[in-house]
Design a protein around this ligand. Structure first.
Ligand SMILES: Nc1ncnc2c1ncn2[C@@H]1O[C@H](COP(=O)(O)OP(=O)(O)OP(=O)(O)O)[C@@H](O)[C@H]1O
Ligand SMILES: [Mg+2]
Length: 374
């Protein structure tokens, strides 16, 4: 039976491999918001070059927030000014609400001529659905143009929206801002000055901001809003070879397909820890192996035969600025590595976690970046 590829090149991955430190830090902040019903004072910003998993991580943050009952708003930067986009989304979320409070705040902003809000879709479902519909990546929402709400208006808008979310039974409100380095400077300035005021005046507001951006985000944000200590930056480093091996083996294993040890090692070495390359190699290898069905194996031959297609796929993404994997990369034997244990587990049917662990000798800078979500 042919099976579709379980890999996700160019799409948000349903499984985040590694990124344990990031996920723990995100959880800690969300738990704080939920348990203490207080403002998350610092904005967490995950940065990394293209294709390193920023949008995927933010999407997972959204899922984790929702699991805690937190309402979320997703803002994709670049196409339209950030604050009007957030305001427009909040306006849509408040559509059909008996209170219409956000709408009143939006109207007052409009009366002062600050910006135009694109009308939401009236009468589409209740609050729960409206909130949960918010923020799907890639969905264009909010106003396309307009001036920027002032700091005071931004405070009014966000505090009203958070209170409304709470009234609707949510535990708080979180803004998820993707590619914040592409946001307009005026919005960044007003949003984060508003947030700074919240830190002094509204610590009781259960709200938070999570953002992502390219590595130059620090410089961009510190120029727009010179309040450096208000941001907590974290860099998305390459995934460790062991994490890559698990990320390749696990989706296949879930549909009954096993990667040979050699194949995993070669693919993992070729990937060099880059999440996008990982997905491309997994996907192209899957196709080269003929869309394997349950019980089939992926061999080293499949991986190597897929490399021309991998190169073509990589050339389609020059923005990644990484060399396509080379065909002659030697497969370095790493006895006792997780890759080997995963392969061994697949052969023996014993879960990898139950195999004896090799002695680990962490080297300086080695990342404890392991494991899959769920
Ligand atoms: N932790 C991860 N484990 C496995 N695959 C991942 C991981 N993170 C991202 N990916 C995969 O890597 C690719 C790039 O992910 P994503 O789009 O999230 O990166 P990005 O940093 O937002 O890229 P861009 O800068 O182009 O917006 C996708 O194919 C995604 O499925
Ligand atoms: Mg992205």
């Amino acid at each position: 039976m042919d099976q579709p590829s379980p890999y996700s090149p160019g799409a948000i991955t349903p499984r985040i491999a590694g990124r344990n430190q990031q996920r723990a830090a995100i959880d800690e902040r969300l738990d704080y918001l939920k348990s203490f019903q207080r403002l998350i004072p610092q904005t967490r910003v995950d940065t990394g070059p293209s294709g390193t998993g920023k949008t995927s991580l933010l999407w997972h943050t959204q899922q984790r927030a929702r699991r805690r009952g937190v309402a979320t708003v997703w803002a994709q930067c670049g196409a339209a000014p950030l604050l009007p986009t957030i305001a427009g989304q909040l306006g849509q979320a408040s559509d059909g609400q008996s209170t219409g409070r956000i709408r009143r705040v939006l109207n007052s902003i409009r009366e002062h001529g600050a910006f135009k809000v694109k009308a939401g879709v009236p009468g589409v479902a209740g609050a729960e659905v409206e909130w949960s519909r918010e923020g799907r990546p890639g969905v264009e929402r909010g106003p396309a143009s307009g001036a920027i709400p002032s700091i005071a208006q931004t405070e009014d808008l966000l505090s009203t929206a958070t209170e409304l979310a709470r009234k609707q039974g949510h535990t708080g409100l979180v803004l998820l801002i993707d590619d914040i380095d592409q946001a307009d400077a005026a919005s960044v300035r007003n949003l984060f000055y508003a947030w700074e005021n919240f830190q002094r005046e509204r610590p009781d507001l259960p709200a938070g901001i999570f953002a992502t951006g390219l590595p130059h985000t620090r410089a961009v944000l510190s120029q727009a809003a010179p309040i450096a200590d208000r941001f907590a930056y974290s860099d998305l480093e390459p995934l460790s070879p062991d994490t890559v091996a698990v990320a390749l083996a696990r989706p296949a294993q879930d549909v009954g397909v096993l990667w040979d040890h050699d194949a995993l090692r070669t693919a993992s070495d070729l990937t060099r820890g880059h999440p996008h390359v990982l997905q491309v190699i997994g996907d192209e290898t899957w196709k080269t192996a003929g869309y394997p069905g349950p019980g089939a194996r992926i061999t080293d031959h499949h991986v190597r035969a897929a490399l021309p297609a991998v190169s073509r796929a990589m050339q389609a993404r020059p923005d990644l600025q990484i060399q396509p994997p080379q065909h002659d990369v030697p497969a370095i034997a790493r006895p006792g590595s997780l890759a080997e244990r995963v392969a061994q587990a697949q052969r023996s049917g014993v879960p990898a976690a139950q195999l004896p662990r090799p002695v680990q000798h962490p080297t300086p800078g080695q990342r404890p970046d392991r494991g899959l979500e769920r």
